[in-house]
Design a protein around this ligand. Structure first.
Ligand code: SF4
Ligand code: SF4
Length: 144
C-alpha cells in the first residue's frame, strides 16, 4: 500500500519539471529562475527521494487544482504557462504566471482571458484582472 501511495505522488506531476527550471528556488539550492536545477538530469530529479523540503512542499496552481483545469493539457509543460500562488502575504490574492514557452498559445491565451474575468494575476510584471480588483489592489498597496 505504501509503494502504491509513493507511486501516486511521483506521477502526479507526470513528465512536467517546469518549476525545476522556471522558478527561483531558495535555500539550499539558490537557483535563479530560467536555469535548470543542477539536480535535473534527463528531465528527472536525480535526488527525488532526498530533494530539499522546499521542493517537497511546492505545489503549482495546476498541481493543487481549483482555479485551473487539472487535465494534462493545462499542465505547465503542456500549456506553456506556470501558475504560482505567492507565499508573500501582501501578494496572497495574486497568481503569478511564468512563461514556460516563449510564445503564448491560443489555448493559453483563452485561459488567461477567462482568468482575467475573476482573478488578479501578474504576467511579465503587468497586473491583469477585473478592474475593481485592480483598483482595490492599487488602493491597498500603492501607498506602501
Ligand atoms: S510546475 Fe507544477 S506540475 Fe510541473 S513539476 Fe512543478 S509542481 Fe509539478
Ligand atoms: S532538487 Fe529536484 S525537485 Fe528540486 S528543483 Fe531540483 S530537480 Fe526539481
Amino acid at each position: 500500500m505504501s509503494s502504491k501511495y509513493a507511486l501516486k505522488l511521483i506521477t502526479k506531476c507526470g513528465d512536467c519539471t517546469a518549476c525545476c527550471t522556471h522558478l527561483t528556488i531558495g535555500e539550499p539550492l539558490n537557483k535563479p529562475a530560467g536555469i535548470d536545477c543542477p539536480n535535473l538530469i534527463n528531465n528527472q530529479c536525480s535526488i527525488y527521494k532526498d530533494r530539499p523540503q522546499c521542493c517537497k512542499d511546492f505545489e503549482c496552481v495546476w498541481f493543487r487544482g481549483g482555479v485551473l483545469d487539472r487535465s494534462e493539457a493545462y499542465r505547465p509543460d503542456n500549456l506553456g504557462l506556470l501558475f504560482v500562488e505567492s507565499n508573500k502575504p501582501m501578494f496572497k490574492d495574486v497568481i503569478g504566471v511564468v512563461r514556460v514557452h516563449k510564445t503564448i498559445s491560443p489555448k493559453a491565451r483563452r485561459l488567461l482571458w477567462s482568468l482575467e474575468k475573476k482573478h488578479l494575476f501578474i504576467l511579465d510584471d503587468v497586473l491583469y484582472g477585473p478592474q475593481e480588483l485592480i483598483d482595490k489592489w492599487k488602493e491597498m498597496y500603492s501607498h506602501g
